[in-house]
Write a protein that binds this ligand. Structure first.
Ligand SMILES: Nc1nc2c(ncn2[C@@H]2O[C@H](COP(=O)(O)OP(=O)(O)O)[C@@H](O)[C@H]2O)c(=O)[nH]1
Ligand SMILES: [Mg+2]
Length: 219
């Protein structure tokens, strides 16, 4: 019984990876940079993407995943970005199949950057390849400085980590030196951005980084 379960889980992952490769091919054909943004609920993913949307307009497309509601899609469109909502109806992460169903008929005319805002969860989303160029982790200072070492799987895989809500630092017990040292221990190559969506601090540096990803892509 246990062996059968493990076999099924392995098959499901293999199938996901196959569709992720199809997505990656499609994204490359469309000349897109694709980022898979992952965090716990409420760390500020949509707020960061709203700030980017106000700068980038329709050159930013977001596919946003939630258990239910179209709230984030509406917020992102209002901020100026293109947005599509996936309601997973209970699933705690997006899969390559869910993304494929959206992107296989989508028009990417004028789009430079596609961000997939994953379902809020620090664990499951990090083990599903969606066909992205890179994973980006978001951690807010209100969540606690020990979260990277408690939930290492995301931070090990992320090319960039955003530490958000730095405007709240005077009000919370968040040791920035500890958090950044732990992130660097887990992943020496991760770029770290300190951000506040409330004040706008750090948004330009993040936008410049995302733009440099585009120019670094071959073809
Ligand atoms: N003080 C402060 N609040 C923020 C910041 N970023 C987001 N928030 C708030 O945090 C809450 C959750 O943000 P949201 O973008 O929905 O997070 P998501 O669930 O990760 O998409 C909202 O009430 C935001 O207004 C920030 O930098 N500073
Ligand atoms: Mg959100």
């Amino acid at each position: 019984m246990m062996i059968e379960k493990i076999r099924l889980a392995k098959n499901a992952h293999a199938l996901n990876d196959m569709v992720a490769q199809q997505n990656r091919h499609l994204f490359k054909e469309a000349g897109l940079t694709v980022v898979n943004m992952i965090s716990s609920p409420g760390s500020g993913k949509t707020s960061i993407l709203e700030a980017l949307g106000r700068q980038m307009g329709h050159s930013l497309m977001v596919i946003t995943g939630d258990i239910q509601t179209q709230i984030d899609k509406d917020r992102l469109e209002k901020a100026g970005a293109l947005a599509t909502q996936i309601e997973t109806r209970g699933s705690c992460h997006l899969t390559a199949h869910m993304i494929n169903a959206v992107v296989k008929h989508a028009s990417f005319s004028g789009v430079r950057l596609l961000v997939i805002e994953n379902v809020g969860n620090l664990v499951c989303p990090s083990s599903y390849d969606l066909g992205e160029d890179e994973k980006m982790a978001v951690l807010s200072v209100a969540e606690g400085d020990e979260k990277p070492i408690k939930y290492p799987s995301l931070f090990i895989r992320a090319s960039a980590v955003i530490i958000n809500k730095i405007d709240l630092l005077p009000h919370v017990n968040f040791d920035m030196a500890r958090a950044t040292a732990d992130i660097q221990k887990l992943n020496g190559n991760a770029a770290i951005f300190k951000l506040s969506c409330a004040t706008g601090e750090g948004i330009d540096a993040l936008a410049a980084y995302l733009n440099s990803l585009k120019t670094a892509r071959p073809g």
